[in-house]
Design a protein around this ligand. Structure first.
Ligand code: HEM
Length: 396
């Protein structure tokens, strides 16, 4: 409050007016400043919004023009090394162009899938009926429908709401009418088995959907809803807890849409069952198949098959599910043993497994037959001079 004695003289009055004026000016300037800084803050927010990354869109693959399914030989994956061979994560960066591989075995795989689906559709194709898994099933088909006609235009075409396979003559409605239809359609479009891993409330990735039709040794019904750890521990994957569990779980949690990966593995199988190894046990039994229940009586070298999977893993952008593809390459061992370097290197790899890996791969059931055969084939290759040829680099 201004004292009355101060404003009673002209000089005092003038001083008071000056004081009031400068205080007013200070307030106006302060308010302008704060408005400006609020505007700046707003601009910052806007700027942040504009620079934030756009939603991920899967890169379009380069078309393989002139691709002829029936003339394309299966890739010769031979993913074993000289010397000691460990079971490892063994992941490599995936080239988006090469997400799905097709070859002259397409019709054979497709027809085997159709037979399995006719036998037990509900056992081979399953999903958990919740929002995120339903979305993931449709998203998996969406991604395949974006990829296949673009990559293999001679095989697949999208005409209106129909996906056409020009080789089998099949026509699939798209989008699919239900998550299950999406899974079945996806399975018939490719040679791979398909799995969706979904993060559950326990923060673990679970096998919550899939079309697993040609897996050889395990059934979708055995593993459905299991976590990543349960899947691998139940299969008895060697050294899982000590060597793989931590890094695999970390990898699953942090994997981004931009960085898909692939890996390869291999197994020895004692019969020619692409969908199911009958010597391992009854496909329709409820007990888990294992080498412990395997029948290796009267085995001949022609029975033994080399089974190798080329697996891919990517995160789907909308559902955030992890999509896992398992493409099996399957040959009699007598066929691959003709390839230069292969019998010698395979025998070396098998001898390079430790006891745990040997047990997991069922070595005691077939080593007495397979190893002498591979050694003999290797000897012949040494004598013939074919080992002068340059050897393929992993995984070939
Ligand atoms: C980065 C991802 C993964 C890694 C590094 C990995 C690693 C492995 C390893 C090391 C094995 C032992 C045989 C082999 O070398 O393949 C194995 C077996 C197996 N994995 Fe995985 N795995 C991955 C993802 C998955 C997923 C998503 C599934 C879901 C179905 C799965 C299911 C299995 C099964 C069922 C077996 C046993 C196969 C058999 O013995 O018949 N894996 N995995």
């Amino acid at each position: 409050m201004l004292s009355t004695s101060l404003i009673s003289t002209p000089l005092g009055l003038a001083a008071c007016v000056m004081l009031l004026f400068s205080s007013l000016l200070w307030r106006v300037q302060k308010s302008k400043k704060s408005k400006k800084s609020k505007q700046i803050a707003h601009v910052h927010v806007k700027e942040k919004q504009t620079v934030s990354a756009p939603p991920f869109r899967t890169p379009r693959p380069k078309p393989l023009d002139g691709f002829k399914l029936e003339l394309t030989d299966p890739k010769l994956y031979r993913p074993f090394r000289h010397g000691l061979n460990f079971v490892t994560m063994g992941i490599r960066k995936m080239d988006w162009n090469e997400w799905i591989e097709l070859d002259s075995n397409f019709v054979r795989y497709h027809d085997a899938k159709v037979v399995e689906l006719e036998q037990d559709l509900d056992g081979r194709v399953k999903y958990v009926d919740n929002e995120v898994t339903r979305l993931a099933c449709h998203e998996m088909l969406d991604e395949l429908v974006k990829y296949l006609p673009q990559r293999y235009p001679d095989v697949f075409q999208l005409r209106g709401g129909i996906i056409v396979n020009t080789v089998t003559g099949e026509k699939f409605p798209y989008p699919a009418a239900s998550p299950k239809e999406a899974l079945v359609t996806a399975a018939k479009l490719v040679q791979d088995d398909l799995v969706l891993m979904i993060e559950n409330d326990d923060s673990q990735y679970h096998l919550d959907a899939g079309a697993v039709i040609l897996p050889g040794f395990w059934r979708l019904t055995d593993k459905f809803r299991m976590s990543l750890d349960e899947v691998h521990m139940e299969a008895g994957v060697p050294h899982y807890q000590a060597k793989l569990q931590k890094s695999m779980n970390r990898f699953f949690k942090t994997m981004t849409c931009e960085k898909p990966i692939i890996r390869n593995n291999y197994f020895i199988q004692l019969d020619d069952g692409l969908a199911w190894s009958h010597r391992m046990g009854d496909q329709n039994a409820t007990s888990v198949a294992s080498w412990a229940s395997t029948d290796s009586a009267n085995l001949s070298i022609d029975d033994i098959h080399f089974r190798s999977e080329r697996q891919s893993l990517r995160r789907l952008p909308k559902s955030k599910a992890l999509m896992f593809t398992v493409r099996t390459y399957f040959e009699p061992v007598t066929v691959i043993a003709k390839e230069p370097h292969v019998p010698g290197r395979l025998a070396e790899a098998i001898r390079g497994w430790d006891e745990t890996v040997g047990h997991y791969k069922g070595r005691c059931h077939w080593e007495g037959l397979l190893l002498p055969y591979l050694d003999e084939m290797h000897e012949k290759q040494m004598e013939s001079g074919v080992l002068e040829n340059v050897e393929g680099e992993y995984p070939f």
